[in-house]
Design a protein around this ligand. Structure first.
Ligand code: URA
Length: 410
């Protein structure tokens, strides 16, 4: 069947066979199908959805576009965690440090920013020298020596997802349950962990906007996990306000450091502790109360922070050279009252506009731009108080939009 026939078949809501999916996706992988035809098929999938069977097939195609990592040479129990995507979501770097400091092996294959949501790899690349492209041998060596490594998709691990992911990012084809499920699960299966924890984010700043979609993707991910004999746990968590105080790559790394040094306490910290505890429970079959205490001790004692520094150093990062833009713009409140909401979606879009994400596949990210929120939901503000600071690209014009409208007040 030609690519046009495959696109039309999906556009009309029909089910694609494994052979048709292979023809389209492997053809794209080989460079025989152009971006515009693949974008069109992805859009048809976004609109028409996929059956469970199509989702299995597509996941399998992504997984077998590369190798599946064999972690049998890594001693210890591994738990991988992945988020479905949010604004200011820097939990991976916090919880990988906590869990690894407690003896959990964390083999983490992460992605770049997607749509209005940020990506762990872009955040890590804002640390000068940090290498996200380890070979399989280097990855396994680091897991054995320090217990955690965070890498990008290499040429060998789910490489087709990497190509499709970059295309989805700039073609309005991100927000699709089947595409998110296949993308995440193919990476997780390919990176070889024994246990997988998925943080399913719901709310304006997430790719999934409501509880029903979150429950549906949870069902699909567990179903895929079962097929590949992996233990998949999901947690559905709120993403209606940005997570933590910063959005943007370098700024988020600096916030991770603050949290690991016990200098910040907010919902992001609570959520990170819950996720890390879940990883410990999965790895060591501990009671929740015991795992919670282990996580608390790791943070308080500074062990998690030490582990973070080890991971950064092992992958060549130099935190002393991190760049934050000196070109700033303050946003002051024009109202007084209690903040009842901060629109995560609009802040995510603004961060892309500032240069922290991509609008085309060719765009390069500016690591030093972003937003720091000075007020959180529940804070009382007076007219003139600074709500947030924008970090702008050199030589860019100030933002003329009314950013105060991203906040709601009672
Ligand atoms: N994270 C991924 O890796 N893929 C998606 O599609 C969404 C979030």
């Amino acid at each position: 069947m030609s690519m046009v026939d495959i696109i039309n078949k999906k556009r009309l809501g029909n089910v694609l066979t494994k052979d048709e999916l292979r023809e389209a996706f492997l053809g794209y992988d080989r460079g025989e199908i152009p971006d515009y035809q693949m974008s069109s098929l992805l859009m048809a999938i976004c609109i028409q959805g996929m059956t469970d069977e199509e989702i299995y097939h597509l996941t399998d195609i992504f997984i077998h576009s590369g190798d599946v990592l064999d972690l049998s040479h890594v001693s210890g129990i591994s738990v991988d965690k992945h988020s479905t995507g949010g604004v200011g979501d820097k939990t991976t770097l916090i919880i990988a440090s906590i869990a690894a400091s407690l003896g959990v092996i964390v083999p983490k294959m992460s992605g770049r920013g997607l749509g209005h949501t940020g990506g762990t790899i872009d955040k890590l690349e804002s640390i000068p020298g940090f290498c996200v492209d380890l070979t399989e041998e280097e990855f396994i060596h680091q897991l054995n020596s320090i217990g955690a490594a965070v890498i990008s998709q290499t040429k060998n691990l789910a490489p087709l997802d990497k190509k499709i992911y970059a295309l989805r990012d700039v073609t309005g084809t991100v927000e699709s349950i089947p595409l998110i499920a296949t993308s995440i699960m193919s990476k997780k299966i390919a990176s070889g962990a024994d246990n997988i924890l998925i943080d399913i984010k719901v709310g304006s700043g997430a790719l999934l906007k409501n509880q029903e979609d979150a429950l549906e993707i949870s069902r699909i991910m567990k179903m895929i996990g079962k097929y590949y004999q992996k233990d998949v746990e999901t947690m559905i968590t709120d993403m209606s306000v940005p997570l933590g105080t910063s959005i943007g790559n370098s700024l988020e790394i600096l916030e991770v450091i603050k949290i690991l040094r016990n200098e910040e306490n907010n919902y992001l910290v609570t959520l990170s502790k819950e996720l890390a505890s879940k990883m410990v429970q999965l790895a060591f079959k501990k009671e929740k109360i015991v795992a919670d205490q282990m996580v608390e001790d790791s943070l308080k004692s500074g062990k998690a922070y030490q582990k973070f520094l080890e991971i950064i150093a092992a992958q060549g990062g130099d935190l002393s050279k991190i760049y934050v833009s000196p070109y700033t713009q303050e946003v002051s409140s024009t109202k007084s009252g209690c903040i009842t909401g901060i629109d995560a979606y609009r802040f995510g879009k603004l961060s892309v506009e500032l240069g922290a994400g991509r609008k085309t596949k060719e765009d390069t990210i500016d690591p030093g731009v972003g937003i720091v929120l000075h007020k959180q939901v529940g804070d009382y503000v007076q007219v003139g108080d600074t709500l947030c600071t924008l970090y702008l690209k050199e030589n860019s014009n100030p933002i003329s939009e009314d950013i105060t409208s991203y906040f709601t007040f009672s």
